[in-house]
Design a protein around this ligand. Structure first.
Ligand code: GDD
Ligand code: MN
Length: 390
C-alpha cells in the first residue's frame, strides 16, 4: 500500500536514520540504547549538575535520562522540563499524589524503550563515570545486571557516619542470608540492566520502599547473571536524604515477604501484634468492669469487647495501615465497619472452635484453630472493606 505524502514529508531530525521500506523512503527514529532512570524528590539543585556530568560521561552513546519526580515542592520537575526543552534526551515523568523510590524507578524503567536501563540517584552520590564500564559489560552479553558496589575491592563509602556504616553492613548481611544471595552491596541504588528483565517481572515487584534492586534480583532468582563494579559513594552536597524509619520498616517487610515466598506480609505481622495487644486490653477492661465498677460478667465482657475492638482499630489505623490512614468522617465509618467485621470474626472463631472441639480435639487446639480463623478473617476482610486501597 502506498504511504501518504504526509508520512514521507516528515522532518528528519539529526538522530533519525533513513530506511528503505519497499520502494518508499521513511524516516526511522530509533530508541536510545540506554535510559538512565533518575528518581527525584526535592533535587532541583542537583539535576542540572547531573545532566552536565552525564553529557560528559557518555560520549558516543545514544542515551536518554528519565527523571521520575514525585511532584517535588521545590519544582524539580520544572527544572527538568526546562533542560529538556532544548535537549530531548532529558525527559521528565511527573507523578502526582504518590511517593516511593522503588515505584518511581519501576515506572521510569517501564517508560523506557531502550535495550538497557540504569538507575542512579540525582544527588551526585553515584559516580556517573561507572556508566560506561557498566554498559560495556552488558553489551558483552555476559551478564543481565551490573551492580555498582561500595563494598568490594576498589569501592567505598567513606562519607557514611560510623552508625550508618554499621546499619548498612548489617542490612547487607541480613539480605544475603535471608535471600540466599552473595552480593557485596545488595542494597545498592546504582545499577544497570537489560530492560526486558524488568518487563518480565514488573507485576511481582514492590512499589514501596527503597530496595528496587534487591527486589528484582530476589524475584528473578538464580536465572539472572549478575556482575559487580566498585565505585566510591560520594557525599551529598545539596538537598537532604529521604531515608527514614518508615523506609527501614518497608525494608523489613520486603525481606519478610521474600523469605516466605510472599506468604507473610509485614502488614499481617503487625495486624497479629495489634491483635495480641487487644487481648491484653480486653482482660484489663474486663477486670476493671468486674472488680472496680462492679458490673455483672456479661456486661463487663461486652464492655471489654467494645473497648478492645476500638483499641485494635486505632492501632491498626496508626501502625498497620499508616500509609492509608483513615481520618475525619472516614475514621468513624471505618470503625463501624471494623465492628461489623470483627463481630463476624468472633462468630467464626466460636463456630470453628466448637466444631473442632466436637471432633475430639483438645480444648487448646480447638481454641487456637478458632483464633486463627478469626484473625485471618478479620485481616482479609478488613483489608478489603475498611482500609481498601484507593
Ligand atoms: N521519585 C522519588 N520518590 N524519588 C525519591 C523518593 C521518592 O519518594 N525518595 C527518594 N528519592 C530520590 C532522591 O531524590 C534521590 O535522588 C534518590 O532517590 C536517593 O534518595 P536519598 O534520600 O539520597 O537516599 P540515600 O542516599 O539515603 O540512599 C542511597 O543509598 C542507599 C543504600 O545505602 C540510595 O542510593 C538508595 O537507593 C540505597 O539503597
Ligand atoms: Mn543520597
Amino acid at each position: 500500500m502506498p504511504k501518504s505524502r504526509e508520512l514521507l514529508d516528515l522532518p528528519i531530525g539529526e538522530s533519525a536514520a533513513i530506511a528503505e521500506v519497499g520502494l518508499q523512503r521513511e524516516p526511522v527514529f530509533t530508541a536510545p540504547e540506554l535510559s538512565i532512570i533518575v528518581p527525584t524528590f526535592n533535587e532541583c539543585e542537583n539535576v542540572p549538575v547531573l545532566v552536565d556530568r552525564l553529557r560528559k560521561a557518555l560520549p558516543g552513546v545514544a542515551w536518554e535520562m528519565i527523571i521520575v519526580d514525585d511532584d517535588s515542592p521545590d519544582g524539580t520537575a520544572d527544572v527538568a522540563r526546562t533542560i529538556g526543552a532544548s535537549d530531548a534526551r532529558i525527559r521528565c515523568l511527573r507523578r502526582v499524589g504518590r511517593r516511593g523510590l522503588s515505584g518511581a524507578c519501576l515506572e521510569g524503567m517501564l517508560a523506557s524503550q531502550a535495550r538497557y536501563a540504569a538507575v542512579m540517584d540525582a544527588d551526585l552520590q553515584h559516580d556517573e563515570r561507572l556508566l560506561l564500564p557498566m554498559l560495556a559489560k552488558l553489551r558483552s552479553d555476559e551478564v543481565d545486571v551490573v551492580i555498582g558496589t561500595r563494598y568490594a575491592q576498589g569501592g567505598g563509602a567513606d562519607t557514611f557516619s560510623t552508625g550508618r556504616k554499621w546499619i548498612s553492613l548489617l542490612a547487607t548481611r541480613i539480605a544475603n542470608k535471608v535471600l540466599g544471595l552473595k552480593l557485596s552491596d545488595p542494597l545498592s541504588g546504582f545499577f544497570m540492566l537489560r530492560r526486558n528483565v524488568v518487563e518480565t517481572y514488573a507485576r511481582k515487584l514492590s512499589t514501596h520502599g527503597f530496595k528496587i534492586l534487591l527486589d528484582i534480583v530476589s524475584t528473578a532468582g538464580k536465572s539472572l547473571r549478575l556482575a559487580e563494579l566498585p565505585y566510591q559513594f560520594r557525599a551529598r552536597q545539596r538537598g537532604t536524604s529521604k531515608l527514614d524509619t518508615r523506609i527501614a520498616l518497608d525494608y523489613a517487610g520486603l525481606l519478610l515477604a521474600k523469605a516466605t515466598s510472599d506468604l507473610l506480609s509485614l502488614r499481617f505481622v503487625f495486624f497479629c501484634l495489634v491483635g495480641s495487644v487487644g487481648i491484653g486490653v480486653h482482660f484489663i477492661t474486663l477486670s476493671i468492669g468486674v472488680a472496680v465498677i462492679g458490673l455483672s460478667f456479661p456486661w463487663a465482657q461486652t464492655l471489654a469487647i467494645v473497648v478492645a475492638i476500638a483499641n485494635n482499630f486505632a492501632l491498626n489505623n496508626a501502625i498497620t495501615y499508616r500509609d492509608q490512614r483513615l481520618t475525619g468522617v472516614n475514621y468513624f465509618t471505618g470503625l463501624l465497619m471494623f465492628y461489623v467485621v470483627s463481630s463476624i470474626g468472633a462468630l467464626s472463631n466460636m463456630s470453628v472452635g466448637n466444631w473442632l472441639f466436637g471432633h475430639e480435639q483438645t480444648w487448646w487446639v480447638a481454641g487456637l484453630g478458632g483464633a486463627i480463623m478469626s484473625v485471618v478473617w478479620n485481616y482479609v476482610v478488613s483489608s478489603l472493606m475498611v482500609w481498601r486501597s484507593r
